[in-house]
Write a protein that binds this ligand. Structure first.
Ligand code: ZN
Length: 510
């Protein structure tokens, strides 16, 4: 693919230019190409200068660079750039150089802390589009201009820090930041248009032409490892041979005993149609669909590390509630509600929200598997549900026809109650035991014993005024688990309520 080659070459050129510019203002002593390198170097630096509370400062740095960290990672991965010529390199070195100069000049870390949020805002809204078209050369052009402007803000910061004044002159830095913001604003429309063109291109190439002979044995996608197995088929990690990009491939058999082949095709296309309409930072994307001899193959992103069920059971409770894992939980409440509010606004329901349909990749969370979802702008009186089972009984809402938007809210409320349980250091087994209702068929279903669910949540350690974050999660989870579907809050409203605590969102969603 020549366009991929072009994009790659253009990035390499830009990266070496930016690295040269950095050399002019700062002798680059350390080679940093990853987050971990940065952390290690940062802590060493703090040590050398006896800086107070390095952990907190480092946390602050990351929090306000979430967007840019995500940006560079996605592009590095997509372009398959080899270290040291990666975006990560350029970014980490600039960031580190600025901090190093600041320490050399006796600046307190706090003094330029207030610049970070502004720097981060230079890349405010890319996440949802980025993962979709990372290799498209036309999309790349806008990204390169904006990335360059972002890095220029850092260079200006370094330049100002190096002048021997006692006080940092914020004016030129702010001017550069404003300039970068303006460049972003100027290019945003063009960038979005290019994304849309790229999306249409992908759709016309892949979704509707269904290239023949693209079976699982086809040479284009190389199997790397199996990721999961479900009633629908298997999911494996694959590598696209021409670009080296890595995807998740969901394979669904074209023929299943007892099911009409046409109906299976219909369901697959329905899922792909729905998922390609949804373009959100926290919703997995379907990038291609192929019809093979025996299987339908959906080519998707991200390739997850694990699902939320595994995360809560094994990475949190089962591992003694490690700090790193627990810290990741809080923003997921807001991010998941943002994803659901967005889908509902697009008039799409999920209908099968449960922890195993929620994926985790790095620190990010994704709602996935709209497989049983129906686009109710088209089927208000759905007949599809007569053919296919929907939902997962345990997370079902109490109302009889439990597949409206309020039922999605209820199911996510059940998930939130499990996340909150683990957040407060209790296990899901204890929670299940507590709410068991032996008189019911679905003994562990949340709806079977809502009173016990409420009692359990209230009794969790730390649900009190002294822990405002836990308090907000607790209150809004109860709002989601209201029995009467008409009284239940909408996802949009819940998103607003969760905003009471900014820790409950990633910087993109807030
Ligand atoms: Zn988010």
């Amino acid at each position: 693919m020549s366009s991929t080659g072009d994009a790659h070459a253009a990035w390499i050129k830009l990266l070496s230019k930016l690295q040269d510019e950095l050399k002019e203002v700062q002798e680059v002593k350390v080679k940093l190409s990853s987050e971990q390198d940065f952390r290690d170097a940062f802590f060493r630096l703090c040590d050398d200068y006896s800086a107070t509370d390095p952990e907190r400062s480092c946390g602050f740095f990351f929090r306000f660079h979430e967007q840019i960290v995500f940006f560079v990672k996605v592009l590095d991965e997509a372009l398959f750039l080899k270290s040291p010529k990666t975006l990560s390199d350029v970014f980490w070195q600039h960031a580190y150089a600025a901090i190093e100069v600041a320490f050399n000049q006796d600046f307190q870390f706090q003094e330029f802390r207030n610049l970070y949020p502004q720097l981060n805002q230079n890349l405010p809204l890319f996440s949802s589009d980025l993962s979709q078209f990372p290799k498209n050369v036309k999309v790349q052009e806008s990204l390169q201009i904006i990335f360059e402007a972002y890095i220029a803000s850092y260079l200006e910061l370094i330049k100002q820090l190096k002048t021997e004044d006692d006080d940092l002159d914020y004016e030129p830095i702010n001017v550069q930041i404003q300039k970068a913001r303006q460049i972003y604003a100027d290019h945003e429309v063009e960038y979005r248009k290019r994304c849309k063109d790229a999306q249409d291109e992908i759709k016309s190439n892949a979704l509707h032409n269904y290239p023949g002979g693209m079976d699982n044995n086809d040479g284009r996608f190389q199997h790397i490892r199996e990721l999961g197995r479900g009633s629908y088929g298997t999911v494996d990690e694959v590598k696209e041979q021409t670009t080296g990009s890595v995807y998740a491939r969901k394979s669904i058999p074209r023929k299943i005993p007892g099911q009409e082949e046409d109906m299976i095709a219909e369901r697959v296309k329905n899922e792909v149609d729905i998922m390609s309409k949804l373009r959100h930072n926290h919703i997995a994307s379907v990038n291609m669909l192929f019809k093979g001899e025996n299987y339908w193959s959906m080519i998707m992103l991200p390739v997850a590390d694990c699902d939320l069920k595994v995360f809560l059971d094994e990475k949190c409770s089962g591992a003694g509630y490690p700090k790193d894992a627990m810290r990741m939980l809080d923003p997921w409440f807001g991010c998941l509600i943002s994803a659901l509010a967005y889908a509902h606004e697009e008039r799409i329901k999920h209908e099968d929200i449960k922890p195993s349909n929620i994926l985790i990749k790095g620190k990010k969370i994704y709602l996935t598997d709209f497989g049983t979802a129906k686009d109710f702008s088209e089927f208000e009186q759905s007949t599809v549900s007569d053919y296919f089972e929907t939902g997962t009984p345990v997370y079902w809402a109490p109302e009889p026809r439990a597949w409206g938007r309020p039922a999605d809210v209820f199911a996510l409320g059940c998930v939130f109650s499990e996340m909150l349980t683990v957040r407060q250091h209790r296990t899901l087994q204890e929670y299940r035991k507590f709410r068991i209702n032996t008189g019911q068929d679905m003994r562990y279903a949340f709806r079977s014993n809502l009173r016990a669910v409420r009692r359990w949540l209230k009794a969790l350690d730390g649900i009190n005024d002294r822990n405002p974050v836990a308090q907000v999660i607790h209150e809004q989870t109860l709002n989601m688990l209201v029995e009467d579907s008409e009284q239940r809050l909408t996802a949009k409203r819940l998103k607003k309520n969760l905003r009471a605590e900014d820790d409950l969102f990633c910087s993109t969603c807030f």
